[in-house]
Ligand binder design. Structure first.
Ligand code: AMP
Length: 251
């Protein structure tokens, strides 16, 4: 696996692979089985797989949340090597944001709902970094988890809106045995909260109304950000301790 941190060098290297199909999996690291499922899909469907690891400061509305986001590049490299990933792109912030974030991608409607209503500027940061990464890697296909369904939809919409030459491919949510969706943030839960966290997907999947789910979660000690059914999917975001968890299930 070759590792690049300079966007110009990464772009130059991949420009030599024009006759081969590139699959791309953007991540923020602290890799787990959810990320690995996307990476395996990319390896199966493409000639070359590029994984990026970049904890993107511009999508964190809370600086404390950014500071405590898990970060262990050496461990991630050890996970990626045996999977036969071809390239790891782990860019430096200042080189990726060479414009100092003066230029941004903004979606005006769906990005203001659900997580966007709670986290100001979040999707602006997400869409901007994904646009930068896609322009550097220039993949044929890019893979996104349904765990972050709103993010997947917004990225797919961006690619269509800007007539970009990449296919955005969704991949199903990978869960722990007790139903909790795998997330890098799960590492931050206390032992007791980790046990309690399984109630969140359980109630999302239940036949109860959004309102009932909301009040049951509150009774269990969750702080509920939102529980909302939209277009045949129930979306939820909760905080347990200081850890924010999101999930969604098909209804
Ligand atoms: P992150 O590192 O959290 O930004 O996630 C990187 C990619 O992995 C995103 O497309 C996520 O939706 C996806 N992902 C994260 N957790 C899971 C999961 N449990 N199952 C499937 N995909 C996931």
């Amino acid at each position: 696996m070759k590792i690049f941190s300079n966007p110009g060098e990464m772009k130059h290297e991949l420009s030599h692979c024009k006759d081969r199909e590139i699959g791309f999996v953007p991540t923020m690291g602290a890799l787990h089985k959810g990320h690995i499922s996307l990476i395996k899909k990319s390896i199966a469907e493409n000639d070359i797989t590029v994984v990026s690891i970049f904890v993107n400061a511009t999508q964190f509305n809370d600086p404390e949340d950014f500071k405590k986001y898990p970060n262990n590049l050496d461990n991630d490299i050890n996970i990626l090597e045996p999977l036969n990933v071809n390239y790891l792109f782990a860019p430096e912030h200042n080189l990726l944001y060479n414009d100092n974030y003066l230029y941004r991608i903004i979606e005006t409607t769906f990005s203001k709902e659900l997580c966007g209503a709670q986290r100001e500027g979040h999707f602006e940061g997400v869409l901007t970094v994904v646009m930068k990464l896609l322009n550097i890697v220039n993949p044929r296909r890019a893979y996104f988890g349904e765990k972050d369904f709103q993010q997947y939809k917004l990225i797919k919409g961006m690619v269509e809106a800007f007539h970009m030459n990449v296919e955005i491919i969704p991949s199903p949510t990978i869960r722990e045995n007790d139903g909790l969706a795998l997330s890098s943030r799960n590492l931050l839960l206390s032992g007791e909260d980790r046990k309690k966290a399984a109630k969140f997907p359980e109630l999302l999947m239940s036949g109860q109304s959004d309102k009932e789910v909301n009040s049951q979660l509150e009774e269990e000690g969750f702080k509920v950000n939102y529980i909302k059914t939209l277009n045949g999917r129930r979306f939820g975001a909760v905080t347990l301790g200081k850890v924010r968890l999101i999930d969604n299930v098909k209804k």
